[in-house]
Design a protein around this ligand. Sequence first.
Ligand SMILES: *[C@@H]1O[C@H](CO)[C@@H](O)[C@H](O)[C@H]1NC(C)=O
Ligand SMILES: *[C@@H]1O[C@H](CO)[C@@H](O)[C@H](O)[C@H]1NC(C)=O
Ligand SMILES: *[C@@H]1O[C@H](CO)[C@@H](O)[C@H](O)[C@H]1NC(C)=O
Ligand SMILES: *[C@@H]1O[C@H](CO)[C@@H](O)[C@H](O)[C@H]1NC(C)=O
Ligand SMILES: *[C@@H]1O[C@H](CO)[C@@H](O)[C@H](O)[C@H]1NC(C)=O
Ligand SMILES: *[C@@H]1O[C@H](CO)[C@@H](O)[C@H](O)[C@H]1NC(C)=O
Length: 443
Amino acid sequence: MGAILNALFAVTIIFFTISSPTHGYDPLDPFGKIIIKWDLLQSLPGHHTVQVTIENKQEYRHVEKPGWKLSWHWENKEVIWGMTGAETTEQGNCSAFAASDNLPHCCLRRPTIVDLLPGAPYNMQVSNCCRGGVLTSMSQDSINHVSAFHMTIGSFPDEDTGEFIMPYDFDIGVPGYTCDNATSVTPTKFSTNKGRHKTQALATWEAVCVYSQFRSSQSPKCCVSLSAFYNQTIVPCPVCSCGCSSSHCVKPGETPPYLEQKHDPDEEVSPVVQCTKHMCPIHIHWHVKVNYREYWRVKITATNYNTMKNYSDWNLVVLHPNLKSVQQVFSFNYKSLTPYHDGINDTGIFWGVKFYNDVLLQAGEIGNVQTELLLKKDMGNFTFREGWAFPRRILFNGDECVMPSPDDYPRLPSSASSSSSFSSSVVSFDTILFCFLLLLLLA
Ligand SMILES: *[C@@H]1O[C@H](CO)[C@@H](O)[C@H](O)[C@H]1NC(C)=O
Ligand SMILES: *[C@@H]1O[C@H](CO)[C@@H](O)[C@H](O)[C@H]1NC(C)=O
Ligand SMILES: *[C@@H]1O[C@H](CO)[C@@H](O)[C@H](O)[C@H]1NC(C)=O
Ligand SMILES: *[C@@H]1O[C@H](CO)[C@@H](O)[C@H](O)[C@H]1NC(C)=O
Ligand SMILES: *[C@@H]1O[C@H](CO)[C@@H](O)[C@H](O)[C@H]1NC(C)=O
Ligand SMILES: *[C@@H]1O[C@H](CO)[C@@H](O)[C@H](O)[C@H]1NC(C)=O
């Protein structure tokens, strides 16, 4: 059994190595990327209007608070005269325009642009703006995964080249992403008059950004523990999954002084975790709860040990061969992810129900969310042996969680692994319980 488990582990490791998105390729989301699109809407000598759109085309990765921070490098001495739907973080040195009536919005060679916050003045808005730079994943939300702003571009006095030149060296300012230079694509068509008339951009360019967990952070951000009804042992997260306790952490009952400090809402705060053996900000527990004749039930709990953060729009991606037969998911949303559309849908995404558990609150008594799922047994493949009932991979917010070694998985009592009497006795127990409940209901 150990050998088989080890083989499984090795396969998982190999799979992770192959999929390890250092080069930005993710087999669970092969088309996942963020696209920065520039549409040139108007172009007069020395005065160009563009619409910039940032679209998150990833199934399960999202951009959370404090949001994207887009920057690029101008080719020549361009300036930004005005912006709607976003703003630059700095104006820079506009003293060359001191003699003119008004100053440009930004004169930097490398401007940094942030989204406006919700509730921005109406005349500063454009559609798809003003969400504080937050982009949802495509699976979770089909509207709020796009951000947009408009800007007018000119140039320094006596520096005007006339035509618009696309800038280079894009960065969306979210850890883990790198962007290519923009390339020219087919001009975007916009439909007006309820789709009866279509206009098109004068020119369109796209820059593609891809994610790598390795680039985002050296250490993992979550870990998995396992248990099953047939064994009392709870297999914990591997020790030091996300760092060791020598690193900084908060002991129970302790209020760290920096919690009381004011934080810059525009900065991502680095996690300060509660002290645990695994030291992860996020802990996932997978419990094989019940065995029925044709179904089995799993309980998944996600716990937040990060004292600095509420995870809004969190998601979990799970890989298990039985996910192709999900019968029911309680209190979470679920969608099957079938990246290759060839029927091997062993991967799914779970996320919270709006206004109920879509925010995983910071460490404390309410810092967890949980679900139960009912799976129909794949006759022929289903077994509680060899750790089959445990997940192959779990990702939290798109980052791989550390799993225990298969050698440590909860085992069936040895008497049961060689005969089927065990599972049938469980079935009959379930059946009795079920009949009992039915009687109660009827009574
Ligand atoms: C600002 O730009 C002007 C010319 O555009 C230059 O003469 C001046 O030295 C710059 N000021 C600073 C502080 O860099
Ligand atoms: C983008 O273009 C600039 C200048 O044209 C070049 O220096 C840079 O290496 C390019 N970046 C990438 C990622 O290709
Ligand atoms: C998380 O949410 C709770 C409840 O809404 C709030 O009291 C707390 O300040 C939030 N924490 C952070 C770090 O935003
Ligand atoms: C799995 O994929 C098949 C086709 O690819 C689809 O018919 C089926 O509904 C999927 N199962 C689930 C649970 O989504
Ligand atoms: C499960 O069993 C079916 C047929 O019994 C087979 O086609 C399928 O490949 C098996 N799946 C796995 C993951 O072993
Ligand atoms: C439960 O699983 C653990 C870990 O694999 C194993 O050491 C133990 O023997 C199992 N308990 C029983 C009663 O089989």
